[in-house]
Design a protein around this ligand. Structure first.
Ligand SMILES: Cc1cc2nc3c(=O)[nH]c(=O)nc-3n(C[C@H](O)[C@H](O)[C@H](O)COP(=O)(O)O)c2cc1C
Length: 137
């Protein structure tokens, strides 16, 4: 699902707080994502925890902007803070319509992640993408 033109890719990363967290909510979000994202050229990763969603969306800018506005008005979460919104020449999760990673033991607290700048947010997902690659190879 790699874009032919690397300049056409952008990343949005945000953190939010689930209004009511359980596995039914999570499965529903993942199912919708995996059904919608491929047709819009979107890939990404969703980290979840009882008090945290942390998501990277990557794909064509227009498709990402449309999806992000839908996500902003989704009542299943609140306290949404965008950490990164910028073009980037490559996807970190090119083969995932929406990967889902649980909370990683090395991850910082929600409070600390809230204060991440754009590059720090990207580094976190870069680390996860590398771990996935290692696991696959
Ligand atoms: C944390 C979170 C992440 C989401 N991620 C995606 C996503 O990657 N793709 C998607 O289509 N919808 C995602 N959604 C759901 C959207 O907010 C929205 O409900 C959905 O896109 C509507 O799909 P529909 O137009 O097919 O009904 C997410 C919702 C939440 C709360």
């Amino acid at each position: 699902m790699q874009s032919k033109n690397p300049e056409d890719i952008k990343h949005v990363i945000y953190i939010s707080r689930p209004t009511h967290f359980d596995h039914i909510v999570l499965e529903d979000i993942l199912q919708t994502s995996r059904s919608n994202n491929p047709q819009n050229g979107i890939t990404g990763n969703l980290i979840y925890h009882s008090d945290l969603f942390l998501q990277i969306l990557e794909g064509p800018p227009k498709a990402i902007n449309n999806l992000y506005s839908k996500i902003l008005s989704d009542s299943r979460h609140n306290d949404i803070i965008k950490l990164r919104d910028s073009e980037f020449p490559k996807r970190l999760f090119a083969s995932w319509a929406m990967k889902n990673d649980g909370y990683q033991s090395w991850m910082l607290s929600r409070h600390e992640i809230n204060k991440f700048n754009a590059d720090e947010a990207l580094s976190l997902f870069d680390k996860l993408a590398r771990e996935t690659d290692q696991f696959l190879s």
